[in-house]
Design a protein. Structure first.
Length: 335
């Protein structure tokens, strides 16, 4: 198994993955909060440095970049300095022809600013307009998608509910991708859960999965299986991967369920872990992996990034180090 996984890692550079989703900046302001304000009962935050990194769907792209995958991006930004900076950043990662961003005058580029004191998040400030894009913009996005899809093997829909992935855009994107034989992976939002019909795979966490089909949060494998069954029946999904935090992952397909425990490690920050999972899973499938192999690699990647602070990625050399250790044992059940 390890030799096979190492071979897949080498082939990730042959994968071609297009990301359609909500692009944004993640900003971190680091400092200390050691006293209370005399003006109000709130901490005084003394900032000492900050950093900014592409987030949301752009973090999916960053993960693909660090895997060596050929990537493409389609999305919207504001007609502002932050939008231009984000476009420039993404264009530095790949050929300009693979990046299509629409600059909209009716909204700012989304930015999430987090105030961090001694590695603890005190506050998050969001700058955004998350309403649905106009119908004219929907058609522009879909026209660009139609041109771009034939150059890629897989499409990731990275839905942060910031207005790009409307029900119409979701349905048409899946239909258009399948017309040209492109694999579709979805990182879902509960609001749009029932729009992802006939995607090839969806990767919700347990909370998203249970809320998406209006079922209680699962407390055991049997309840997770019931939720997965309802999701797959409702959305006609051939494959489903549910991430389960400290309990690892569960993969569901016709006649088979696979449980994979997580790798024990200290968790510093889960920000962006879902982006890493769908990036690695999709790139692995595009590189020729079986679904359980893609599951193992994405599980390793998730474990790597939660051990880092902030939105992070997993690099090939980190996978190789992980594969020097014993792998968690798969539990495969016929259903």
């Amino acid at each position: 198994m390890k030799e096979r996984l190492l071979d897949i890692l080498k082939k990730l550079s042959t994968a071609r993955v297009l990301v359609l989703g909500d692009l944004m900046w993640d900003e971190y302001i680091y400092g200390d909060a050691t006293r209370i304000s005399p003006e109000a009962p709130v901490p005084v935050f003394l900032a000492n440095h900050h950093q900014r990194t592409p987030g949301g769907a752009a973090n999916v792209l960053k993960n693909l970049r660090d895997l060596g995958t050929t990537l493409g991006a389609l999305g919207v930004v504001g007609d502002d300095e932050n939008g231009r900076l984000l476009a420039s950043e993404l264009q530095s990662w790949t050929s300009h022809e693979s990046i299509s961003l629409l600059a909209l005058k009716d909204r700012p580029t989304t930015m999430k600013t987090r105030l961090m004191a001694r590695n603890q998040q005190l506050l998050r400030v969001d700058h955004e307009k998350a309403g649905a894009i106009e119908s004219e913009t929907e058609e522009q996005v879909l026209a660009l998608l139609k041109k771009m899809l034939p150059s890629f093997q897989a499409l990731i829909l990275s839905d942060y509910n910031k207005g790009l992935l409307t029900p119409h855009v979701i349905r048409e994107s899946i239909r258009m991708a399948h017309e040209v034989g492109v694999f579709v992976a979805v990182d879902p939002q509960v609001k749009h859960f029932k729009e992802y019909v006939s995607a090839d795979i969806m990767t919700p966490n347990e909370k998203e999965a249970s809320e998406g089909v209006s079922m209680p949060f699962p407390e055991n494998d049997a309840e997770t299986f019931a939720i997965a069954t309802k999701i797959r029946e409702t959305l006609s999904l051939p494959h489903l991967l549910i991430t389960r935090s400290q309990r690892g992952m569960a993969y569901f397909t016709d006649g088979k369920t696979v449980y994979l425990p997580t790798v024990a490690r200290e968790v510093f920050d889960v920000t962006g872990a879902g982006d890493t999972v769908i990036s690695v899973y999709t790139a692995a499938i595009a590189a020729g992996a079986e679904h359980t192999e893609a599951m193992i690699l994405s599980n390793l990647a998730g474990g790597i990034v939660v051990g880092k602070l902030g939105t992070a990625t997993a690099k090939i050399e980190e996978f190789e180090r992980e594969l020097e250790r014993p792998l968690p044992r798969l539990q495969t059940l016929e259903t």
